[in-house]
Design a protein around this ligand. Structure first.
Ligand code: ADP
Length: 400
């Protein structure tokens, strides 16, 4: 046992780093912040300590090393420096852990080499995560660095859910299968939903709908993921802010052969210029609702396509689970957009699903039920907290 009880959580993107320093005695935040536009002419750091004013700095930061040094300086100014004996570990969000990493893992050279081997299946995410880990490790080589993988929760998916129906040799040679993402959130929310119902996670079957800018659904049976909507990459599944979700794979051949687009252009189209933004020009659900209220037809159609896909996954996961105890909405859209929740549940009474309009309209940061009293299936809003989950997993690993 160590007396150090703080964990720094780092989420390193290609041009950004999000961070939170947590006190694990009560899960409270000592500081939260963000560095963005790393590598551009002017980078921006926003730092908010629990005790003190929000601070904003702009300076050129050529890479993650400069960004993390700037973060370390801000933390030190609040007496929370990386050299503090109170710091127990650094927990890193790592997007792709493949099949090997089913649990949070203390980082070693060998672990890092394996995360690097996964770059071909996660070219947009793992390289930035690796740079973040290397940089933090260089700053505190003596401190445990822990990787918490977005894919880990989904490694319990049975083969019949994880495999694509394509030639087995080709798939295996290139590690093509469904991995799923947002796992930290699905794990946290499915557990919190069981807690809201006063049950142990092993006793309940939950459909989790993580609807943020990225969006994914999962079917969780007795605490174990049995299916999820994202696949080899986060592109599959639900309609998202900028990603298409499911399309006929032949759309890509058509764009290549008939529209003459390059593979990179198609990748960019489906990941960045599709989904809600591709359908109506906006990916913020607040703006889409405002436009619908003004009678905007494109916004209405985008909303309807979004909800239709969501309903298809809810129906599919009712079938996958057989018995459903709860449906939980989470992340930016799921937690805040009452009209999405209402529309997604509309007409699903036969499946035991309904929302109470008054409960659905309540705004709160707390986990809550929104289904009518006596419903066969609980419908809930359960705010996600990926940073707390990463910190908890990190802390329990280094404290054992
Ligand atoms: P991510 O972590 O994937 O970037 P979030 O979970 O923060 O995304 O969700 C961001 C999205 O949540 C926004 O794009 C917006 O569509 C939606 N959102 C946030 N607040 C509200 C709100 N009050 N009403 C409706 N939608 C909201």
């Amino acid at each position: 046992m160590t007396s150090a009880n703080r964990v720094l959580v780092l989420n390193s993107g290609s041009s950004s780093v999000k961070y939170q320093l947590l006190d694990m005695r009560d899960g409270s935040r000592l500081a939260v912040g963000l560095v963005e536009r790393i590598g551009e002419r002017v980078s921006r750091l926003v730092h908010t300590p629990a005790e003190g004013e929000r601070r904003e700095r702009t300076a050129p930061m050529a890479g993650h090393e400069a960004a993390l040094k700037a973060v370390a300086a801000e933390l030190a100014a609040d007496g929370l420096g990386l050299d503090s004996p109170e710091l127990a570990a650094i927990g890193h969000r790592v997007v792709h852990g493949g099949l090997r990493f089913t649990e949070p893992t203390v980082i070693t050279d060998e672990v890092l080499a394996e995360v690097e081997r996964l770059v071909p299946v996660a070219p947009l995410h793992n390289p930035a995560n690796i740079v973040g880990i290397r940089t933090a490790w260089a700053l505190r080589p003596d401190l445990p660095q822990v990787a918490v993988f977005d894919t880990a929760f989904h490694t319990t998916m049975p083969e019949h859910a994880a495999r694509y129906a394509i030639d087995v040799e080709t798939a295996d040679a290139h590690r093509i299968r469904r991995y799923g993402f947002h796992g930290t959130s699905h794990a946290y929310v499915s557990r919190e939903t069981a807690r809201l119902l006063g049950k142990d996670p092993s006793e309940v079957n939950v459909i989790v709908l993580h609807l943020g800018n990225g969006a994914s659904a999962s079917a969780v049976a007795g605490g174990r993921c049995v299916d999820t909507s994202m696949g080899l990459t986060p592109l599959e599944g639900l309609v998202m802010g900028t990603r298409s979700g499911d399309v006929d794979p032949a759309v890509t051949f058509h764009l290549r052969r008939v529209a003459g687009m390059s593979v990179d252009e198609i990748d960019e189209l489906l990941n960045k210029r599709s989904g809600l933004v591709g359908l109506c020009g906006d990916n913020d659900m607040r703006e889409i609702r405002r436009r619908i209220d003004e009678g905007d037809e494109r916004a209405r159609l985008a909303f309807d396509i979004y909800v239709h896909r969501l309903k298809k996954y809810i129906g599919a996961y009712c079938a996958v689970l057989g018995r459903v105890d709860a449906v939980a909405f989470t992340a930016g859209v799921g937690e805040n957009a009452a009209p999405v929740r209402e529309a997604a549940m509309e007409g699903l009474e036969q499946l035991g699903l309904a929302v109470d309009p008054e409960l659905n309209a309540v705004r709160s940061g707390e986990p809550r039920l929104i289904s009518p009293a006596g419903s066969r299936v609980a419908v809930a809003v359960v705010p996600t907290d990926e940073e707390l989950e990463i910190a908890r997993q990190t802390y329990s690993l280094v404290n054992n």
